[in-house]
Design a protein around this ligand. Structure first.
Ligand code: PLP
Length: 272
């Protein structure tokens, strides 16, 4: 295994699905990487047929094509940090972990994406075990939302004490850090719990009332990944990621007849 030359700017890789509507998935991740001044790369797992009303089709890539994208960029350009989003199937996850065995990458953020905000499945039901057993144990950080926590560890989080129990159960799956996102709890501010078992950090951010939050989970994972690629430690990277996604939710906009996306324009608006 040869080590790629050092890139002149930080590099980050998203391993995720394409959203034809441009609000979530690979499209959100690459916009986020740009906004964080990180060179963004992509290993596409599946192409979704998607607009503001939901997902009407999914075309998975052959698993070997997913692994090959990862190996290609990691062996030449180098991956300062990576994140996973929609992984679709157990076969694709096996190809990803096979590729990760053959190359070196920086810290890995696993966003255990299971469904879209419309409830459209983005993960085959039989792929949950592979997510738990293949991907999560390799993760520096996992970023499940409340629905994904229910799927992964069977805990229904409805208040702050449930967040502690969920964090402990999730850490049992083998990631180094977990962030339990409390954004959907009916509390005032959006409070998340970040822990590695020893340190417990509560992160709160002002809640913005917007229904147009398509892509918010992807954007938090991608901005945190960008922070890691820039050399921040996990706590600082998550603080940075929260600041980025909070601004993006405040910058969200309606699009189409359904749910609009979080906005990435706040980072480039002064150019025009
Ligand atoms: N589509 C793709 C390809 C995604 O990767 C994701 C989230 O990871 C979504 C849709 C869902 O985004 P949201 O839950 O914000 O609707």
């Amino acid at each position: 295994m040869s080590t790629p030359p050092r890139a002149p700017i930080p590099t980050a890789l998203t391993i995720a699905g394409s959203d034809s509507g441009g609000g979530a998935g690979v499209q959100a991740d690459l916009k986020t990487f740009l906004g964080c001044r990180v060179h963004g790369m992509s290993a596409i797992t599946a192409v979704t047929v998607q607009n503001s009303l939901g997902v009407s089709g999914i075309y998975e890539l052959p698993p070997e094509a997913v692994g090959a994208q990862i190996e290609s960029v990691a062996s030449d350009i180098g991956v300062g940090a990576a994140k996973t989003g929609m992984l679709a199937s157990a076969e694709i996850m096996a190809a990803i972990t096979g590729a990760l065995d053959r190359v070196e990458i920086g810290p890995l953020v696993v966003d255990p994406v299971a469904a879209s905000q419309h409830g459209d499945p983005l993960l085959r039901p039989d792929a949950l075990d592979a997510l738990r057993e293949l991907l999560i144990p390799r993760a520096t950080l996992i970023t499940p939302n409340l629905g994904e926590i229910r799927l992964l560890v069977g805990i229904e989080v409805s208040d702050r004490s449930d967040m502690d129990a969920a964090a402990d159960a999730l850490l049992g799956l083998g990631s180094t850090w977990v962030i339990v996102k409390g954004g959907h709890l009916p509390t005032g501010d959006a409070v998340d719990l970040l822990t590695d078992g020893d340190r417990r950090v509560e992160l709160s951010a002002a809640r913005h009332d917007s229904v147009h939050t398509h892509g918010s989970g992807d954007t938090l994972a991608a901005s945190t990944c960008a922070g890691l690629a820039r050399g921040l430690d996990v706590v600082e990277a998550v603080r940075f990621g929260k600041r980025y996604v909070t601004a993006a939710v405040a910058d969200s906009y309606p699009l189409g007849a359904g749910l609009g996306p979080v906005g990435h324009f706040w980072r480039v608006r002064e150019l025009f």
